[in-house]
Design a protein around this ligand. Sequence first.
Ligand code: ZN
Length: 291
Amino acid sequence: MTLPRTDTVVTYPSGDLTSTGTVLHTVPLPDGRTAVVLDRTAFHAVDPVWPDQPADVGTIAVDGRARAVVDAVVGATDGDVFHVGDAPVRTGTEGWSFVVCHLVDDAAGLTPGSPVTVDVDPEARRALSAGHTACHLASLALNEALAPLWTKEVPGDGRGRPDFDRLAIVTSRILPDASRDEYRIGKSLRKKGFPAAELPARLDEIVASANALLAEWVATGAAVSIQRESEGLGDRRLWTCALPGRTASIPCGGTHLRSLAELSGVEIALEAVEAEGALTVVMTTTAHPAF
Ligand SMILES: [Zn+2]
Protein backbone atom coordinates (compact mmCIF):
# COMPACT_ATOMS: atom_id res chain seq x y z
CA MET A 1 0.00 0.00 0.00
CA THR A 2 1.42 3.42 -0.88
CA LEU A 3 1.87 5.85 1.97
CA PRO A 4 0.24 9.31 1.84
CA ARG A 5 2.65 11.87 0.34
CA THR A 6 0.67 15.00 1.14
CA ASP A 7 -0.58 16.50 4.40
CA THR A 8 -4.19 16.02 5.46
CA VAL A 9 -6.21 19.11 4.53
CA VAL A 10 -7.53 20.33 7.90
CA THR A 11 -10.68 22.44 8.13
CA TYR A 12 -10.91 22.87 11.94
CA PRO A 13 -8.76 26.03 11.91
CA SER A 14 -11.76 27.75 10.24
CA GLY A 15 -14.02 26.36 12.98
CA ASP A 16 -15.52 23.52 10.92
CA LEU A 17 -17.28 20.76 12.89
CA THR A 18 -18.13 18.47 9.99
CA SER A 19 -16.32 17.41 6.82
CA THR A 20 -16.57 14.96 3.98
CA GLY A 21 -13.52 13.18 2.65
CA THR A 22 -12.06 9.98 1.26
CA VAL A 23 -10.13 7.25 3.07
CA LEU A 24 -6.51 7.29 1.82
CA HIS A 25 -4.82 4.82 4.13
CA THR A 26 -5.51 2.60 7.14
CA VAL A 27 -3.04 1.17 9.63
CA PRO A 28 -3.96 -1.65 12.03
CA LEU A 29 -2.41 -0.93 15.45
CA PRO A 30 -1.06 -3.48 17.98
CA ASP A 31 -3.88 -2.63 20.45
CA GLY A 32 -6.55 -3.72 17.96
CA ARG A 33 -7.56 -0.21 16.94
CA THR A 34 -7.12 1.11 13.41
CA ALA A 35 -5.66 4.48 12.34
CA VAL A 36 -7.68 5.94 9.48
CA VAL A 37 -6.16 8.65 7.26
CA LEU A 38 -8.42 10.85 5.11
CA ASP A 39 -7.62 13.41 2.42
CA ARG A 40 -9.37 16.11 4.48
CA THR A 41 -10.93 16.37 7.94
CA ALA A 42 -12.54 18.70 10.48
CA PHE A 43 -11.18 16.53 13.32
CA HIS A 44 -8.44 18.03 15.50
CA ALA A 45 -5.75 15.51 16.47
CA VAL A 46 -3.37 15.76 19.42
CA ASP A 47 0.23 16.53 18.41
CA PRO A 48 2.53 14.26 20.45
CA VAL A 49 5.46 16.68 20.04
CA TRP A 50 3.55 19.50 21.82
CA PRO A 51 0.38 17.88 23.17
CA ASP A 52 -1.35 21.04 24.38
CA GLN A 53 -4.86 20.54 22.97
CA PRO A 54 -6.47 17.08 23.24
CA ALA A 55 -8.17 15.41 20.28
CA ASP A 56 -11.72 16.27 19.32
CA VAL A 57 -14.59 13.95 20.27
CA GLY A 58 -16.78 12.69 17.43
CA THR A 59 -17.62 10.11 14.79
CA ILE A 60 -16.65 8.92 11.34
CA ALA A 61 -19.37 7.50 9.09
CA VAL A 62 -19.17 5.31 6.00
CA ASP A 63 -22.25 4.13 4.10
CA GLY A 64 -24.39 6.07 6.60
CA ARG A 65 -23.07 4.08 9.57
CA ALA A 66 -21.26 6.21 12.16
CA ARG A 67 -18.75 4.88 14.69
CA ALA A 68 -16.83 6.70 17.43
CA VAL A 69 -13.39 8.11 16.77
CA VAL A 70 -11.86 6.97 20.08
CA ASP A 71 -8.77 9.20 19.73
CA ALA A 72 -6.91 11.17 17.08
CA VAL A 73 -3.16 11.71 16.85
CA VAL A 74 -0.84 13.36 14.36
CA GLY A 75 0.81 10.78 12.10
CA ALA A 76 3.81 11.35 9.88
CA THR A 77 5.64 9.65 7.06
CA ASP A 78 8.83 10.23 5.11
CA GLY A 79 7.53 7.88 2.40
CA ASP A 80 9.21 4.79 3.88
CA VAL A 81 7.81 4.41 7.40
CA PHE A 82 4.42 5.47 8.74
CA HIS A 83 4.49 6.79 12.33
CA VAL A 84 1.23 6.93 14.27
CA GLY A 85 1.80 9.51 17.01
CA ASP A 86 5.51 8.77 17.41
CA ALA A 87 7.18 10.67 14.58
CA PRO A 88 10.84 11.47 15.25
CA VAL A 89 10.38 15.03 13.86
CA ARG A 90 8.41 18.16 14.69
CA THR A 91 5.14 18.69 12.84
CA GLY A 92 5.88 20.76 9.75
CA THR A 93 9.38 19.37 9.11
CA GLU A 94 10.41 19.58 5.43
CA GLY A 95 10.38 16.28 3.51
CA TRP A 96 7.67 14.71 5.69
CA SER A 97 3.91 14.43 5.31
CA PHE A 98 1.71 15.03 8.36
CA VAL A 99 -1.70 13.46 8.61
CA VAL A 100 -4.60 13.18 11.05
CA CYS A 101 -4.89 9.57 12.29
CA HIS A 102 -8.50 8.94 13.34
CA LEU A 103 -8.35 5.96 15.71
CA VAL A 104 -11.35 3.62 15.61
CA ASP A 105 -12.20 0.32 17.27
CA ASP A 106 -14.41 -0.67 14.36
CA ALA A 107 -12.81 -0.16 10.93
CA ALA A 108 -15.45 -2.10 8.95
CA GLY A 109 -16.06 -0.42 5.60
CA LEU A 110 -13.23 2.09 6.07
CA THR A 111 -11.18 1.00 3.08
CA PRO A 112 -9.07 3.23 0.82
CA GLY A 113 -11.31 5.08 -1.62
CA SER A 114 -14.41 5.04 0.61
CA PRO A 115 -16.22 8.38 0.96
CA VAL A 116 -16.74 9.27 4.64
CA THR A 117 -18.29 11.96 6.81
CA VAL A 118 -16.64 13.23 9.98
CA ASP A 119 -18.68 14.88 12.75
CA VAL A 120 -17.19 16.62 15.78
CA ASP A 121 -19.06 17.03 19.08
CA PRO A 122 -19.84 20.78 19.12
CA GLU A 123 -19.89 21.27 22.91
CA ALA A 124 -16.59 19.46 23.53
CA ARG A 125 -14.99 21.51 20.72
CA ARG A 126 -16.43 24.81 22.01
CA ALA A 127 -15.11 24.16 25.52
CA LEU A 128 -11.59 23.33 24.24
CA SER A 129 -11.62 26.32 21.88
CA ALA A 130 -12.60 28.58 24.79
CA GLY A 131 -9.83 27.05 26.92
CA HIS A 132 -7.28 27.55 24.12
CA THR A 133 -8.25 31.14 23.35
CA ALA A 134 -8.14 31.93 27.08
CA CYS A 135 -4.72 30.24 27.34
CA HIS A 136 -3.23 32.54 24.68
CA LEU A 137 -4.78 35.64 26.26
CA ALA A 138 -3.47 34.57 29.66
CA SER A 139 0.08 34.08 28.36
CA LEU A 140 0.05 37.58 26.86
CA ALA A 141 -1.40 39.10 30.04
CA LEU A 142 1.20 37.28 32.16
CA ASN A 143 4.00 38.54 29.89
CA GLU A 144 2.72 42.10 30.26
CA ALA A 145 2.29 41.83 34.04
CA LEU A 146 5.86 40.51 34.39
CA ALA A 147 7.37 43.01 31.94
CA PRO A 148 8.51 45.56 34.60
CA LEU A 149 10.51 42.87 36.45
CA TRP A 150 13.00 42.07 33.65
CA THR A 151 16.44 43.66 34.09
CA LYS A 152 17.73 42.82 30.57
CA GLU A 153 16.27 42.88 27.08
CA VAL A 154 14.81 39.57 25.81
CA PRO A 155 12.83 38.61 22.67
CA GLY A 156 9.29 40.04 22.62
CA ASP A 157 5.94 38.26 22.32
CA GLY A 158 3.15 38.87 19.79
CA ARG A 159 2.56 42.28 21.40
CA GLY A 160 6.22 43.23 21.89
CA ARG A 161 6.40 42.42 25.63
CA PRO A 162 9.29 40.32 27.02
CA ASP A 163 8.21 36.78 26.17
CA PHE A 164 8.34 35.09 29.59
CA ASP A 165 5.81 32.52 28.35
CA ARG A 166 7.98 31.27 25.48
CA LEU A 167 11.25 31.42 27.44
CA ALA A 168 10.01 29.61 30.55
CA ILE A 169 7.20 27.27 29.45
CA VAL A 170 7.61 23.54 30.18
CA THR A 171 4.11 22.20 29.51
CA SER A 172 0.76 23.60 28.40
CA ARG A 173 -2.53 21.73 28.63
CA ILE A 174 -5.82 22.94 27.18
CA LEU A 175 -8.81 21.78 29.23
CA PRO A 176 -12.56 22.38 28.76
CA ASP A 177 -13.02 26.13 29.49
CA ALA A 178 -9.60 26.21 31.15
CA SER A 179 -5.87 25.68 30.72
CA ARG A 180 -2.85 24.85 32.84
CA ASP A 181 0.63 26.11 31.99
CA GLU A 182 3.79 25.19 33.82
CA TYR A 183 6.84 27.46 33.77
CA ARG A 184 10.34 26.74 35.00
CA ILE A 185 12.60 29.56 36.10
CA GLY A 186 16.10 28.13 36.32
CA LYS A 187 19.61 29.44 35.93
CA SER A 188 19.35 30.36 32.26
CA LEU A 189 16.28 32.55 32.76
CA ARG A 190 17.91 34.25 35.76
CA LYS A 191 20.97 34.96 33.56
CA LYS A 192 18.68 36.48 30.93
CA GLY A 193 17.58 39.03 33.52
CA PHE A 194 14.53 37.51 35.17
CA PRO A 195 14.62 38.18 38.95
CA ALA A 196 13.23 34.83 40.11
CA ALA A 197 13.87 35.62 43.79
CA GLU A 198 11.45 38.57 43.69
CA LEU A 199 8.60 36.64 42.12
CA PRO A 200 7.05 34.65 45.02
CA ALA A 201 6.49 37.82 47.09
CA ARG A 202 4.93 39.63 44.13
CA LEU A 203 2.62 36.88 42.85
CA ASP A 204 -0.61 38.51 44.11
CA GLU A 205 0.30 41.78 42.48
CA ILE A 206 1.14 40.02 39.16
CA VAL A 207 -2.15 38.07 39.23
CA ALA A 208 -4.15 41.24 39.92
CA SER A 209 -2.45 43.09 37.10
CA ALA A 210 -2.89 40.21 34.60
CA ASN A 211 -6.55 39.76 35.56
CA ALA A 212 -7.24 43.49 35.10
CA LEU A 213 -5.76 43.28 31.59
CA LEU A 214 -7.77 40.14 30.80
CA ALA A 215 -11.01 41.84 31.90
CA GLU A 216 -10.20 44.81 29.68
CA TRP A 217 -9.39 42.59 26.67
CA VAL A 218 -12.45 40.34 27.01
CA ALA A 219 -14.69 43.43 27.27
CA THR A 220 -13.58 44.53 23.77
CA GLY A 221 -15.18 41.44 22.19
CA ALA A 222 -12.27 41.44 19.71
CA ALA A 223 -12.35 39.07 16.73
CA VAL A 224 -10.14 35.97 16.87
CA SER A 225 -8.91 34.24 13.72
CA ILE A 226 -6.42 31.69 12.48
CA GLN A 227 -4.28 33.00 9.63
CA ARG A 228 -2.74 30.47 7.26
CA GLU A 229 -1.32 30.37 3.77
CA SER A 230 -2.22 26.76 3.04
CA GLU A 231 -4.48 24.09 4.45
CA GLY A 232 -2.11 21.18 5.19
CA LEU A 233 -1.86 19.87 8.75
CA GLY A 234 1.88 20.68 8.91
CA ASP A 235 1.54 24.21 7.52
CA ARG A 236 2.19 27.16 9.80
CA ARG A 237 -0.85 28.81 11.37
CA LEU A 238 -1.09 31.99 13.40
CA TRP A 239 -3.67 32.77 16.10
CA THR A 240 -4.51 36.43 15.70
CA CYS A 241 -6.52 38.71 17.98
CA ALA A 242 -6.98 42.48 17.68
CA LEU A 243 -6.18 43.41 21.28
CA PRO A 244 -6.24 47.07 22.36
CA GLY A 245 -3.07 48.86 21.30
CA ARG A 246 -1.66 46.06 19.19
CA THR A 247 -2.90 42.99 17.31
CA ALA A 248 -1.35 39.87 18.78
CA SER A 249 -0.21 36.82 16.79
CA ILE A 250 0.92 33.49 18.21
CA PRO A 251 1.89 30.36 16.20
CA CYS A 252 -0.76 27.74 17.03
CA GLY A 253 -2.04 24.38 15.78
CA GLY A 254 -5.24 24.31 17.83
CA THR A 255 -8.86 25.46 17.63
CA HIS A 256 -10.26 28.75 18.89
CA LEU A 257 -13.34 30.85 19.45
CA ARG A 258 -14.20 33.35 16.70
CA SER A 259 -14.46 36.30 19.06
CA LEU A 260 -13.84 37.33 22.67
CA ALA A 261 -17.56 38.17 22.80
CA GLU A 262 -18.09 34.43 23.34
CA LEU A 263 -16.49 34.90 26.79
CA SER A 264 -17.79 36.82 29.79
CA GLY A 265 -14.43 36.65 31.55
CA VAL A 266 -10.98 35.07 31.81
CA GLU A 267 -9.02 34.77 35.06
CA ILE A 268 -5.67 33.38 36.04
CA ALA A 269 -4.25 32.04 39.29
CA LEU A 270 -0.53 31.51 39.94
CA GLU A 271 1.23 29.11 42.23
CA ALA A 272 5.01 29.10 42.80
CA VAL A 273 7.04 26.17 44.11
CA GLU A 274 10.79 26.34 44.77
CA ALA A 275 12.62 23.02 44.36
CA GLU A 276 16.20 21.98 43.55
CA GLY A 277 17.38 25.48 42.71
CA ALA A 278 14.58 26.16 40.25
CA LEU A 279 11.30 27.96 40.69
CA THR A 280 8.25 26.34 39.10
CA VAL A 281 5.24 28.54 38.46
CA VAL A 282 1.88 27.01 37.53
CA MET A 283 -0.70 29.24 35.86
CA THR A 284 -4.29 28.03 35.91
CA THR A 285 -6.60 29.89 33.56
CA THR A 286 -10.39 29.79 33.72
CA ALA A 287 -12.61 30.87 30.83
CA HIS A 288 -16.20 31.87 31.54
CA PRO A 289 -18.49 31.34 28.53
CA ALA A 290 -20.76 34.30 27.70
CA PHE A 291 -23.75 32.10 26.87
ZN1 ZN B 1 -2.18 27.62 20.76
